[in-house]
Design a protein around this ligand. Sequence first.
Ligand code: FES
Length: 131
Amino acid sequence: MTRQVEVGIAGEIAGGQRKLVFVEGRSVVLFNVEGTIHAIDAACPHNGASLASGRLDGCVLSCPAHGLRFDVRTGCMAGAAGLNLVRYAVATVGSKLVVTLDEQGAMRAEATEDSAVQHCASNQEKQKCKV
Ligand code: FES
Protein backbone atom coordinates (compact mmCIF):
# COMPACT_ATOMS: atom_id res chain seq x y z
CA MET A 1 0.00 0.00 0.00
CA THR A 2 1.29 3.44 -0.85
CA ARG A 3 0.46 6.84 0.46
CA GLN A 4 1.21 10.33 -0.68
CA VAL A 5 2.93 12.94 1.47
CA GLU A 6 2.70 16.66 0.79
CA VAL A 7 6.08 18.31 0.30
CA GLY A 8 5.09 21.66 -1.08
CA ILE A 9 2.81 23.74 -3.20
CA ALA A 10 2.53 23.29 -6.94
CA GLY A 11 4.45 25.99 -8.75
CA GLU A 12 6.57 27.05 -5.82
CA ILE A 13 9.83 25.78 -7.36
CA ALA A 14 10.82 27.95 -10.29
CA GLY A 15 12.58 26.55 -13.33
CA GLY A 16 16.16 25.57 -12.53
CA GLN A 17 15.51 25.89 -8.82
CA ARG A 18 15.35 23.32 -6.03
CA LYS A 19 13.84 22.65 -2.64
CA LEU A 20 15.16 20.44 0.14
CA VAL A 21 12.51 18.64 2.16
CA PHE A 22 12.60 16.11 4.96
CA VAL A 23 10.17 13.25 4.67
CA GLU A 24 9.98 10.54 7.29
CA GLY A 25 13.65 10.67 8.10
CA ARG A 26 14.85 11.14 4.56
CA SER A 27 16.32 14.20 2.91
CA VAL A 28 14.82 14.70 -0.51
CA VAL A 29 15.73 17.35 -3.05
CA LEU A 30 13.11 18.48 -5.54
CA PHE A 31 14.33 20.06 -8.79
CA ASN A 32 12.41 21.89 -11.46
CA VAL A 33 14.00 20.95 -14.78
CA GLU A 34 12.24 22.61 -17.67
CA GLY A 35 8.92 22.64 -15.86
CA THR A 36 9.05 19.08 -14.60
CA ILE A 37 9.65 18.35 -10.94
CA HIS A 38 12.10 15.58 -10.14
CA ALA A 39 12.79 14.25 -6.66
CA ILE A 40 15.97 12.55 -5.55
CA ASP A 41 17.48 11.39 -2.30
CA ALA A 42 19.91 14.04 -1.11
CA ALA A 43 22.61 11.48 -0.34
CA CYS A 44 25.09 11.01 -3.15
CA PRO A 45 25.36 7.34 -4.12
CA HIS A 46 29.15 7.65 -4.20
CA ASN A 47 29.90 8.49 -0.60
CA GLY A 48 26.80 10.08 0.87
CA ALA A 49 27.58 13.77 0.48
CA SER A 50 24.55 16.01 0.33
CA LEU A 51 23.49 16.75 -3.21
CA ALA A 52 21.23 19.57 -2.04
CA SER A 53 23.89 22.16 -2.78
CA GLY A 54 25.22 20.54 -5.94
CA ARG A 55 25.51 22.63 -9.07
CA LEU A 56 22.64 22.06 -11.49
CA ASP A 57 23.42 22.60 -15.16
CA GLY A 58 20.26 21.87 -17.12
CA CYS A 59 19.35 18.42 -15.89
CA VAL A 60 22.85 17.50 -14.76
CA LEU A 61 23.62 17.75 -11.08
CA SER A 62 27.23 17.78 -9.89
CA CYS A 63 28.02 16.44 -6.46
CA PRO A 64 29.83 19.09 -4.42
CA ALA A 65 32.11 16.51 -2.81
CA HIS A 66 33.91 14.79 -5.67
CA GLY A 67 32.20 16.14 -8.73
CA LEU A 68 30.39 13.09 -10.05
CA ARG A 69 27.53 14.19 -12.30
CA PHE A 70 24.04 12.75 -12.48
CA ASP A 71 21.03 13.32 -14.67
CA VAL A 72 18.26 14.13 -12.21
CA ARG A 73 15.64 12.98 -14.73
CA THR A 74 16.96 9.45 -14.97
CA GLY A 75 19.23 9.16 -11.96
CA CYS A 76 22.05 8.04 -14.24
CA MET A 77 25.64 8.97 -13.66
CA ALA A 78 26.96 10.99 -16.58
CA GLY A 79 29.52 9.35 -18.78
CA ALA A 80 29.40 5.88 -17.32
CA ALA A 81 27.06 3.25 -16.00
CA GLY A 82 27.35 2.43 -12.37
CA LEU A 83 26.11 4.65 -9.63
CA ASN A 84 22.56 5.89 -9.82
CA LEU A 85 20.63 8.43 -7.83
CA VAL A 86 17.72 7.24 -5.76
CA ARG A 87 14.74 8.91 -7.39
CA TYR A 88 11.36 9.37 -5.83
CA ALA A 89 7.93 9.55 -7.32
CA VAL A 90 6.61 13.09 -7.20
CA ALA A 91 3.40 14.49 -8.59
CA THR A 92 1.14 17.48 -8.46
CA VAL A 93 -2.16 16.66 -6.81
CA GLY A 94 -4.52 19.57 -6.89
CA SER A 95 -2.45 22.51 -5.67
CA LYS A 96 0.09 20.40 -3.81
CA LEU A 97 3.35 18.66 -4.58
CA VAL A 98 3.34 15.16 -3.17
CA VAL A 99 5.75 12.26 -3.01
CA THR A 100 4.61 8.68 -2.86
CA LEU A 101 5.70 6.47 0.00
CA ASP A 102 5.45 2.73 0.20
CA GLU A 103 4.69 0.68 3.31
CA GLN A 104 8.24 0.86 4.63
CA GLY A 105 8.39 4.61 4.16
CA ALA A 106 10.92 4.26 1.41
CA MET A 107 10.02 6.32 -1.58
CA ARG A 108 10.98 5.19 -5.00
CA ALA A 109 10.22 6.53 -8.38
CA GLU A 110 8.25 4.19 -10.52
CA ALA A 111 10.33 1.07 -10.64
CA THR A 112 11.59 0.12 -14.00
CA GLU A 113 13.55 -2.87 -15.10
CA ASP A 114 14.49 -1.19 -18.33
CA SER A 115 18.27 -1.12 -18.10
CA ALA A 116 18.47 1.45 -20.85
CA VAL A 117 16.48 3.83 -18.70
CA GLN A 118 18.27 2.92 -15.49
CA HIS A 119 21.81 3.22 -16.72
CA CYS A 120 21.83 6.03 -19.18
CA ALA A 121 19.83 8.74 -20.70
CA SER A 122 18.81 8.41 -24.30
CA ASN A 123 21.15 9.82 -26.90
CA GLN A 124 18.70 12.66 -27.37
CA GLU A 125 18.75 13.37 -23.64
CA LYS A 126 22.53 13.20 -23.59
CA GLN A 127 22.75 15.76 -26.34
CA LYS A 128 20.18 17.97 -24.73
CA CYS A 129 21.84 17.86 -21.35
CA LYS A 130 25.40 17.40 -22.49
CA VAL A 131 25.63 14.25 -20.40
S1 FES B 1 30.19 11.80 -2.47
FE1 FES B 1 29.34 12.56 -4.31
S2 FES B 1 30.87 12.27 -5.79
FE2 FES B 1 31.73 11.49 -3.95
